[in-house]
Design a protein around this ligand. Structure first.
Ligand SMILES: Cc1ncc(COP(=O)(O)O)c(C=O)c1O
Length: 460
């Protein structure tokens, strides 16, 4: 396509599209970047050439861009059937095969899967299922849901309410009633002077327990939603022993533990699932993104025996599960997910996320050693977060008005690498495709180092 045609597209875009998570004036004044092609960990834009996509799109393009095999799978699925409903006890072969595969991958922790289209709808489904579970058990007051400060669980009404970032609430009269906000367990930022990491974990548990008790205790609190590693809220890793302790606390109060593995699921941490990485068993798990590596909108809610057994026992009372989506269990999406999982296994991409992730973390540590504004480098596998600080020694953070994370994202972009600044935590996120090459990690880290130097010069 010629430059002229792209200018026309940018103009048409301005006049037709209300963009998600975008500044309206930015789109109207500056237009948009149009992505044109992608290959492996790289993506090409209409006007600035090729970038290393250090975010794998929105943390999802795990097997890399431009996979012909996926295209062929879609073609076959579309020409074979195209669509099939899954309401009223109907099904399709890819959905059945995918479900068997997913339950195998999660090693007996879950009993059933339920499909949707996005991480947000998956969290909304979990939210409704938890209400249903407690209604069926004769516990109508046990409805409060806990989620954490800075958490990101999506943008539909229940998911946005669970999300703990104020900008997703204020303009929309959210959160809905009944959300309890647990503290953000970030030891680096919020650990007290002289407090050890296990002591910090214990303090987090004590604070959570107090919130539970204040809400009325076990009869009132239904579930705790948590990303094993925060994504959009700062790529925050849990303090030592956090999830094992949280699991025990939830059990003590008969609270369901929901792992939101929309980002961490399907290999990103170097294990198939982050709850395996942290050694705990959730009661429910929400997944999307990496399930199809972004090639098709599909989410899967994993339902453990605690909840599933109640559904079966109370099946007559329930009559039917009056919930679902027209496109849930879409045969094309399920076929794409199966092919995506086959590619991940065939190319050992979970192992690769671990080895390349170790390399990424080592290089970031080595090459940012002298930097004054990187306070913490955290994450697991091919998921990393860099904490920006004004002073490492004093652990002093930049003012919001400094917009340090956004400035760093822009500075890195000049070196042909796309990363994401996360303003709520003043952190830079790194989450590339699992097929990223070692040489591309080198380029990515060089871009980060150059960006950090530029920001240091501007902000210090
Ligand atoms: C942890 C987590 N949960 C849920 C969501 C929402 O997913 P979606 O944008 O597909 O609705 C996201 C999206 O980034 C996420 O990171």
């Amino acid at each position: 396509m010629t430059t002229d045609k792209y200018s026309k597209l940018v103009e048409t875009n301005k006049n037709t599209i209300f963009h998600p998570a975008s500044s309206i004036s930015d789109v109207l004044n500056n237009g948009t970047t149009i992505f044109t092609t992608g290959n492996g960990a790289r993506i090409t834009t209409h006007n600035e050439g090729e970038f290393i996509d250090g975010m794998a799109g929105l943390w999802c393009m795990n097997i890399g861009y431009g996979r012909q095999e996926i295209g062929e799978t879609m073609l076959n699925a579309a020409t074979n059937l195209g669509y099939a409903q899954t309401f009223a006890a109907t099904s399709n072969q890819p959905q059945i095969e995918l479900s068997e595969k997913l339950l195998q991958l999660t090693k007996g922790v879950f009993s059933r899967v339920h499909y949707g289209l996005s991480g947000s709808d998956c969290n909304d489904t979990a939210f409704k299922l938890i209400r249903l579970y407690n209604n069926l058990r004769g516990k109508p007051n046990k409805k409060h849901m806990m989620a954490r400060v800075n958490a990101y669980h999506g943008t539909t009404v229940a998911a946005a309410s669970l999300t703990g970032i104020p900008s997703f609430h204020t303009a929309f009269d959210l959160p809905i009633d009944g959300i309890l906000r647990a503290p953000k367990p970030h030891f680096y930022a919020d650990g007290l002077a002289g407090e050890t990491e296990p002591q910090f974990t214990q303090r987090m548990m004590d604070e959570i327990e107090k919130i539970i008790i204040d809400a009325g205790g076990a009869d009132y609190v239904a579930a705790f939603f948590a990303e094993p590693i925060y994504g959009a809220g700062g790529v925050i890793t849990p303090p030592q022993g956090y999830f094992v302790a949280l699991r025990k606390l939830c059990d003590r109060y008969d609270i369901l533990l929901v792992a939101d593995e929309v980002i961490t699921g399907f290999g990103r941490t170097g294990e198939w699932f982050a709850h395996q990485y942290y050694g705990f068993k959730p009661d429910l798990m929400t997944t999307a993104k990496g399930l199809t590596s972004g090639y098709f909108p599909l989410s899967a809610l994993f339902i453990g025996p605690k909840v599933w057994d109640v559904m079966v026992q109370e099946a007559d009372q329930l009559a039917a599960f009056f919930h679902g989506f027209t496109y849930g269990g879409h045969p094309t999406g399920c076929a794409v997910a199966l092919k995506n999982l086959e590619i991940i296994e065939r190319e050992n991409l979970v192992e690769r996320a671990k080895t390349m992730g170790d390399y990424l973390h080592r290089e970031l540590r080595n090459r940012l050693q002298g930097s004054q504004i990187i306070g913490e480098i955290r994450g697991a596998g091919l998921l990393a977060g860099l904490q920006l600080v004004k002073s490492q020694d004093l652990k002093q953070f930049f003012a919001k008005s400094d917009k340090a994370a956004v400035k760093l994202q822009a500075a890195v972009r000049k070196h042909k690498v796309l990363l994401r600044g996360l303003p709520t935590a003043d952190a830079l996120a790194i989450s590339p495709s699992f097929v990223i090459k070692q040489s591309e990690i080198d380029s990515l880290v060089s871009a980060v180092v150059a960006g950090v130097e530029e920001i240091e010069n501007i902000l210090l």
